[in-house]
Write a protein that binds this ligand. Sequence first.
Ligand SMILES: [Zn+2]
Length: 239
Amino acid sequence: MPGGEGVAGAQQSRNRLLALLSAHDRSLILNQSAPVKFEAREVLYHSDDAMPFCYLVESGVISLMTILSDGQPAEVGLVGPEGMVGLSPLMGSNHSPGEAIVQLAGAGQRIRADALKRLFETHEGIRAAILKFVQARTVQISQTVVCNSRHDTQQRVARWLLAVDSRSAGATVTVTQESLAMILGVRRQQVSISAAALQKAGFITYQHGVIEVTDLAGLKSAACECFGVVEREYERLLA
Ligand SMILES: [Zn+2]
């Protein structure tokens, strides 16, 4: 497998962070990157792992989880083709604060964290683009905190489905009720009731752990404001 050497600098990218960069800055990253596939349920980092690589996502969805001392996880963010996973090394920490797990299979570019850190420190355009993404992620985390404490399970299920759907380019979302309950930090039965209500309303179909969004506008009407708040911030910062 070639290591991405010689990738044309002018090449467009499906990754929005890379797309923000000048062709020159993009080639600096791509020339040191290698294509990578993300398999469903693959763990890119465990909690407290060393982080030798950063990942620029081109397709698929990565779930960022915080793991409590009793082993219980809860999702604190999602990253898709708009961004990257592995910010900590750029911020001066070499250990993962949580777990990064592939929620929806896809592909991207993998670059050594020390190589990207050097580019981050020496190239203003690269630094500015990544800092915009950091700001967008900060808003996403803040809104997740508020959402988890203020909004009901059905709104949160709808919010999560919209967030994944907006990153999945129409791919069918595969998630069991157990996984969704874990992601949202609620009981499985609450997820079951919420999914049934959303299905009854005609917004989704949900069979054998496979969810399809059948009415996007309807699903938006069932979600809390949080999805829109975060999406607007991403649009503003990463357009
Ligand atoms: Zn909310």
